[in-house]
Design a protein. Structure first.
Length: 172
């Protein structure tokens, strides 16, 4: 009986310690609610996309929920990059997905600085093409047509990021 009481007490203490030791929220940060955004393009999941929410409300504008989508197109939002969830409110949603061509000579990645291989790597890296996969209106807070209203009762918010594209990004 005593051993069972001690093990239950130890378990209760450990759970309360873990639950109570989450990151302390900054002063003024509103309560956060667990939120995920499901991003699709033409009905298919959009993986590896950065999703950022922006509020026009002065009380929420400084708290920026964001996340990166997984292969299923789902981004679990974190506010200011480290606090799980998002405050209640209405937000514009920007979606950005970019990539670089695969590196043509991966064995050069670990070359020592100053070596001929490192110089070749830098030359190849500079020549790699970058691509964007989301149409421009969806990538900017000023032009995105996407909005969500975060409520206490909903945890998943679907958004569609327009047509599938693959446009080369012009470098300066």
């Amino acid at each position: 009986m005593r051993r069972t009481f001690i093990s239950h007490f130890t378990l209760l203490f450990a759970v309360s310690f873990i639950v109570g030791c989450g990151p302390r929220l900054p002063d003024g940060m509103p309560r956060l609610y667990p939120v995920s955004i499901e991003v699709t393009q033409e009905g298919a999941p959009l993986g590896e996309a950065m999703v950022t929410l922006h509020s026009d409300s002065p009380n929420l504008a400084r708290w920026v929920p964001s996340g990166v989508t997984n292969a299923s197109g789902i981004a679990v939002l974190m506010t200011d990059g480290k606090y799980k969830g998002a405050p209640l409110g209405t937000y514009k949603v920007a979606v950005v997905r970019t990539s670089l061509d695969p590196h043509p000579e991966p064995e050069l990645v670990n070359e020592q600085p100053g070596s001929p291989g490192a110089a070749r790597y830098q030359q190849l890296e500079t020549a790699r093409k970058a691509f964007i996969y989301v149409e421009s209106p969806y990538t900017s807070m000023g032009t995105t047509p996407l909005t969500v209203e975060i409520t206490a009762n909903q945890k998943m918010y679907p958004v569609d990021a327009g047509k599938k594209i693959k446009d080369a990004i012009k470098r300066n």
